[in-house]
Design a binder for this molecule. Sequence first.
Ligand SMILES: C[S@@+](CC[C@H](N)C(=O)[O-])C[C@H]1O[C@@H](n2cnc3c(N)ncnc32)[C@H](O)[C@@H]1O
Length: 311
Amino acid sequence: MNQDRRNEDGEYHRAVLLDEVAELLAPVMPGIVIDATFGGGGHSRRLLDEFGAEVTVVGVDRDPEALEQARELGVVAVQGNFEDLSNIVLPIIEEPPAGVLFDFGVSSHQLDEASRGFSYRNDGPLDMRMGPDAKHQASDLVNDWSESDLVRILRDYGEEPLARRISRAIVESRPINSTAQLSTVIAQAMPAARRRAGHPARRTFQAIRIAVNDELDAVRSGIDQAVDMVRPGGRVLAISYHSLEDRIVKQRFVAGAAGCTCPPDLPVCGCGMTAELRVLTRKPIRASAAEVESNNRSRSAVLRAAERLAA
Ligand SMILES: C[S@@+](CC[C@H](N)C(=O)[O-])C[C@H]1O[C@@H](n2cnc3c(N)ncnc32)[C@H](O)[C@@H]1O
């Protein structure tokens, strides 16, 4: 792995729910697994360790820096947005994949690297693009968008109760040139009580990042294409970090399974009702207390999985 891209702990990103992902993919081996959010390759590495020659991993990431990790791991890697998953991977695989894995959001490397502009803790440019395909930079939204558009994204993507107040402060403070300046503007717009309850800029930064990268449309489209692409018996796994992503995954899986009333541990559908999916995680899987203790990022991780049924 490229040392330059690691943090002071020697990590690019610490993957979450590794055992759980490997366990859910074990029954579909041997086969091709698309790691649609390659990042630092933690999940891919685990699959290669666990399944050896039985698995062929294809890595996808929007971020060219992530793909450097893929090349070092020796897996086939493609730069692109999983919003176009079929166009990106179908031309380079010889059979339908046995599994598709999504681990949404940003990597620790992207967050830690101040020059990427994702962090409200480190000063950097207002960028927040996960990859070169993003249509905006954070500075476009912060300095050019109307106040009402800012209110809308802060509410819809940040679930920020003070969306109106913060948007007004942003508009009145223009031009805003750095993440530190934006963070200060947000903090100053907040009542003292809110400033004590977690970092005041967290929700606003999340909202801007989601809008810059059009993340929710990508999740919707990526999950749809993954469901269509996996072979019968193949599995789609998705790890979400906030309710907006998780809701999309959950609703897609539930819609795909409508009609099938079999219990989740039944190996094949026995009810005869037409459905394209069997949901494998009626309740989403969360990290164990031990994992949360050792990797705080896993605290909000929610894993859902579904299996494609034979036509
Ligand atoms: C949480 S990290 C994945 C970490 C990875 N599972 C690991 O074990 O290191 C998310 C990665 O997905 C990428 N990503 C997010 N949205 C994407 C999209 N729409 N298309 C392709 N890659 C995306 C980000 O660039 C980031 O590298």
